[in-house]
Ligand binder design. Sequence first.
Ligand code: PGA
Length: 254
Amino acid sequence: MASTRRPLIAGNWKMNGTLADGVALARAIDAGARTAGWTDRELLVCPPATHVAAVAEALKGGPVHAGGQDCHAKASGAHTGDIAAEMLAAVGARFVIVGHSERRTDHGETDAVVRAKAEAAWRAGLIAVICIGETLAERDAGRTLEVLSRQITGSVPGAATAANSVLAYEPVWAIGTGKTPTVAEVAAAHAHIRKALAAQMAEAAGVRLLYGGSVKASNAAELLAVADVDGALVGGASLNAAEFLAIAKAAQSG
Ligand code: PGA
């Protein structure tokens, strides 16, 4: 890993927990991160939209960032049920996940929509965590790298930089299933993604590439040691403070 890319361990809480649960989880992660005193890695938690303000407030001034799980491409308007990147920024979010496979599947989000959302994140001053990844059918058909190339071209705006974007490689079949690709498969995907990014943006070398999909404390060290893996996007295991902190501990710096 290039020493300029500080590992990012990001928790995606998805649609889980009450507001009280979320604030308690954030406080526990904050306390653990303060005790650890890490300066060589970054931590992020992305609670449900209703919890972002309170979680950001609970984390204020500490080492853990708060983020959203999604945003609309527009800054305001007649979009029932949606939230704008500006609204997340206003309550203390620093990041927002865009293009998660559950958004792509449940809400029919296309690469073009994801790209517009990444640009919306930047407009609001947020860092976009742009997700890509192949389905099992695509992997079985030997199309993984081709799918990743297509998603990068379609979902990652040309103006992406290390300062405004993070990429997350999440094989759809590894999300929430307990299955992970082999270390060699992760290495091949990440090397391909970095090359594809370099083809379309000036600063690709500094962009962090996270691995996501069934990351837990017991497999984190192995996955985080893979070349070109600059952190993790963690779903289920991020709902437990001790487990999430153990994953963060496993991150390799510089
Ligand atoms: P998981 O989810 O860790 O529960 O597999 C990862 C994600 O969807 O970001």
